[in-house]
Design a protein. Structure first.
Length: 240
């Protein structure tokens, strides 16, 4: 009995340092494996798939992929040169170069890209829409690499991509952003209202140098649901 009690206290004394080492190794593994998903599932044009179960081009996946590159460079998982070339490939595949009539690019509407698209053609796959939030996730990655690679072609192309997004257009006459637009049916009736992942789109829209939305749109996004008996709690997105 005494040995059992003693082992309990010794375990409590020794375990934290061991657990801390195990935690660091575990987190390192998770971080590296996460990066490898984007690294290994990005094609020669720089497009990243939605998932291994559904290998369709995803602009949100591209946003996360772009963000992962500076992290991978800093962690020395890839070289700076490889990271630079990978980022430039992705950006150029999204950007429609007005000086190149034969340029390959992902189609967009007022700077908004389709949530999912065919990698071979860059065309919308007619599922979902030209999405405001997924374009925002892509632009978050675009701005990340613009900051990481200053005074380069990446900065130039990234700036063009971000400044091309016409956030005012996505308001569609309202004070909040529409969730998206479809060529066949027009704007979606659903809008980004209430505390949710739409924050990213609203912030990028407010900060746009050429197509910003009114400051009042922030208040419109955060306004309460009335009349309401209980406090509204939206979906628990993992990235909010």
């Amino acid at each position: 009995f005494v040995l059992v009690i003693l082992s309990f206290f010794l375990t409590a004394y020794v375990q934290p340092s061991l657990a801390e080492e195990d935690d660091e190794e575990f987190l390192e593994m998770v971080e590296n494996k996460t990066f490898l998903f984007f690294y290994e599932n990005t094609d020669e044009r720089g497009f990243t798939i939605e998932s291994t179960a559904w290998p369709i081009g995803s602009i949100a996946s591209s946003g996360f992929y772009l963000t992962s590159i500076p992290i991978a460079i800093e962690r020395k998982w890839i070289t700076h040169e490889e990271g630079y070339q990978r980022v430039l490939t992705t950006l150029n595949s999204y950007y429609d170069d007005p000086n190149d009539p034969d340029d390959f690019y992902v189609e967009n509407e007022h700077g908004f890209f389709p949530h999912w698209f065919h990698q071979e053609t860059g065309k919308w796959n007619e599922i979902d829409c030209f999405s405001s939030i997924d374009t925002a996730i892509l632009m978050a990655g675009v701005l990340t690499v613009r900051q990481y690679f200053p005074d380069t072609e990446i900065e130039t192309v990234a700036t063009n991509l971000y400044e091309d997004v016409d956030w005012e257009w996505m308001l569609n006459g309202g004070d909040t952003l529409s969730m998206g637009w479809r060529p066949d049916t027009g704007f979606l009736s659903s809008r980004w209202e209430g505390y949710n992942e739409g924050m990213l789109a609203v912030l990028l829209a407010l900060g746009s140098p050429d197509h910003s939305i009114p400051d009042e749109s922030w208040d419109a996004w955060t306004r309460t649901y009335k009349p309401a008996k209980y406090t509204y709690n939206n979906q628990s997105y993992t990235f909010i």
